[in-house]
Design a protein around this ligand. Structure first.
Ligand code: GCV
Length: 714
């Protein structure tokens, strides 16, 4: 290397240290890259941080602001007293804040809501960020940092934000051996073997990332819960994590095994009506709170997929939930009781949660909330909303989404989930007349004075980029933003995320955003269009196996149970002539779903067994529609590959390359899905694949031989 070339090389190492070494995705959406100086000029009135309260949370807020500023402009903000150019942060008790905001407004601030305002007083300029609670101020600071990056509103800010849900919670399906059920981003973040003495720096980073999007709670362990988690040995580890998370406003919850009194308490049973069992739970809860005074509560999967529960003793889910609720009640703890139950009986699996829980409405304690998966089966690429939403009048209900992509290509496929989340939240249940959306039922609008919460199964693991796929980070981000405000659009959320995570250049933002916004529909098209569901490979759920037959397996774990392909047609008859699952929906939806001509086409095969030649709205047959959908999914992925290759100049080489490689896998998988499903269904339809679409490239018999080595049950 010539000497001047060497000098340039060394110089460039200093100039671009981050893009060369650090773009591994670990900084998430909190990268705080330099902002253009013209933009920073607008912020010349921002020089100091004024904070007059002692608080770990406010220290975090001040530090975050300062670090962000250093990233944006190269200059940290220094702490100072109230003076011109200060960002004033604090609670409604702060003297500074009281000097700048009217008393009535401060009194009106409640809970975690916050206010951000540009204030001019005595010729001085201030930016005020205030809340009743310290954590609300922290949320306000993160919101402000986001606004700066979106280049919105500085100098005339007047923002009030309040969260739609009181509890915004992640569910980790992390096992104590650090494997993660349905996790695709490496091992669990929680290093149980080192806790409580060694605290990984990632615990704080995790808490910070969650706080930045308003997530305020976490269930640390798998709902397929080991009783061990409630032993003293583990509780001190849980306490260590809770201590790290506390200043970030995050409460810890645990998933508990219903048999814990018997398994670790040495009792003869775990019958909820056994006074010894009640006593055991009371004592255990007391022990938990003595270690973790702000402990959130329990999440319970009971009498589901082989787990123990109250029905083992002839008791109901209400009996089971109430025994825990009574133990938690004195401390303000909550029970999240899952409605994900289905037995081996004959009843359509999609109907079972409703059948089980509706008769129990009114029997649960006030601190019990029923956690319901968004759809009636299991986190499929598309399902109708669960009919249980709105069906319980006296019991609070919460949604459980799945951020981890169990049924959506693991961390190999690029799928932006905000449109899926919003589809559920915006669905009208008609429970209280038109406009009774799932959001309004669960956020307290239509069930006032009830607990409100929203949850999602996390996709976070030990991988450097946290989520396995760089774009899977967007789903964590989107869940948090929607849990805070479900009225935000999927587009707005994508826009924020792209600008903070990758680039603010519109040449990048616009095409990438369009790719994200269509990506969920694309995955539906190449996996399971028109309402088909659960045609996944057995066990691991990666890839297609519509033909799958496992001798001795539960019928409702097999694709044929769901697609019901035969010579007459395809789809599950859930109308009044079939399983009558439609009857679980309120009018007029029950009628709409029941009527093949009015049923939305994207759910047609969910509710109807449809003849292959049935004429769809576009005049083509159902079979042809199916073929065109699969083909369109494949073509869309090809488009994404082109979009991604074109944006190469705008981002770092590492993330570009990693996403490019994943898109290749996705493109491959989309063709696999298309060929597997069409060739298999064709053995029933006996109709040609329309001649204007790409021909299959695989032989059905070869696809049937694929067996991936991934260990998972059902
Ligand atoms: C945690 C599905 C998944 C299981 C999961 C279960 C649940 O069946 O495949 O891995 O178990 O849902 O939500 O409880």
């Amino acid at each position: 290397m010539k000497q001047n070339n060497l000098a340039i090389f060394i110089f460039s190492l200093f100039l671009f240290p981050l893009s060369l070494f650090a773009e591994d995705g670990s900084r998430l959406w909190l990268r705080y890259e330099p902002l253009p100086s013209v933009q920073m000029e607008k912020y010349k009135y921002l020089i100091y941080i004024a904070k007059d309260e002692k608080s770990a949370t406010l220290d975090i807020a001040a530090n975050e602001l300062s670090v962000a500023w250093e990233g944006f402009s190269g200059k940290r903000l220094s702490l100072a007293s109230l003076q011109n150019g200060a960002v004033v942060i604090g609670t409604s008790k702060s003297k500074n804040i009281k000097a700048l905001l009217p008393k009535e407004e401060l009194e009106a601030l409640k809970g975690e809501s916050f206010l951000i305002r540009s204030v001019k007083k005595g010729g001085n300029n201030y930016t005020v960020i205030a809340s009743a609670k310290e954590v609300g101020t922290l949320y306000g600071v993160f919101h402000f940092i986001r606004l700066v990056q979106m280049d919105e509103g500085f100098g005339h800010l007047d923002i009030k934000e309040a969260p739609k849900y009181a509890i915004r919670i992640l569910n980790h399906w992390d096992n104590l051996d650090r494997t993660v059920e349905r996790g695709y981003a490496g091992h669990s973040l929680w290093k149980w073997e080192e806790l409580p003495n060694t605290l990984s720096p990632r615990y704080k980073e995790y808490a910070r990332a969650n706080a930045s999007i308003g997530i305020n709670a976490t269930v640390l362990n798998n709902v397929n819960a080991s009783p061990e988690i409630l032993t003293e040995n583990y509780l001190v580890k849980v306490k260590a994590l809770a201590d790290v998370f506390r200043p970030y406003g995050i409460k810890v919850y645990l998933a508990v095994n219903f048999s814990s009194p018997k398994e670790i308490g040495g009792l003869s049973d775990s019958d909820p009506l056994n006074p010894e069992v009640a006593k055991w739970w009371k004592n255990k809860v007391k022990e938990v709170y003595s270690l973790i005074p702000d402990f959130g509560g329990f999440l319970v999967k009971a009498n589901s997929e082989g787990l123990p529960g109250p029905q083992d003793y002839g008791r109901t889910h209400a009996d089971g939930a109430n025994i825990l609720a009574d133990a938690l009640n004195p401390y303000g703890g909550v029970v999240m009781w899952r409605a994900f139950v289905y037995s081996t009986g004959d009843e359509d699996r999609a109907k079972q949660a409703y059948l089980e829980f509706v008769p129990l409405d009114g029997q649960f304690r006030d601190n019990v909330i029923i956690q319901i998966k968004n759809g009636p089966v299991d986190f499929q690429p598309r399902e109708p909303f669960s009919p249980l939403f709105g069906a319980l009048n006296k019991t609070p209900e919460m949604v459980e989404f799945q951020i981890t992509q169990e049924y959506l290509g693991f961390s190999n496929h690029l799928v932006y989930l905000a449109p899926l989340f919003k589809e559920t939240l915006d669905s009208d249940t008609y429970s209280n007349g038109s406009g009774s959306t799932v959001a309004k039922i669960t956020d307290g609008t239509l069930r006032p004075d009830k607990l409100t919460a929203i949850s999602a199964v996390a996709n976070i693991g030990e991988d450097a980029n946290w989520c396995g796929h760089h774009f899977a980070q967007a789903n964590w981000y989107a869940f948090g933003r929607l849990a805070w405000n479900h009225q935000l659009s999927a587009e707005r959320i994508a826009d924020e995320w792209i600008r903070m995570t990758f680039s603010r250049n519109n040449e990048f933002v616009d095409p990438v955003k369009s790719m994200m916004l269509t990506s969920r529909e694309t995955v539906v098209d190449y996996m399971m269009p028109l309402g088909i569901h659960h045609v996944f490979a057995f066990g691991h759920h990666y890839g297609p196996e519509p033909w799958c037959d496992v001798p001795g397996a539960r019928p409702d774990w097999l694709p044929k149970y769901y697609h019901k392909a035969d010579s007459t047609g395809l789809g599950f008859n859930r109308t009044s002539t079939g399983s009558n699952a439609v009857s679980q929906y309120f009018s007029p939806l029950n009628g709409i779903y029941n009527d093949i001509s009015r049923c939305p086409e994207n759910l047609l095969l969910w509710f109807h067994h449809v003849p292959w030649d049935y004429k769809m709205k576009d005049g083509k047959t159902m079979w042809d529609n199916l073929c065109y959908k699969y083909d369109s999914g494949v073509r869309q992925i090809r488009e994404y590959q082109k979009i991604w290759d074109r944006i190469e100049p705008y981002i770092d080489a590492r993330r570009f390359g990693e996403v490019q490689s994943k898109l290749k896998i996705q493109a491959h998988d989309a063709v696999w899905w298309k060929d597997a499903c069409l060739l298999y269904f064709q053995t029933f339809s006996k109709r040609p694949v329309p001649y204007d679409i790409e021909r299959p490239v695989y032989e059905l018999e070869d696809l049937k031989k694929i067996k991936l080595d991934m260990n998972h049950h059902n």
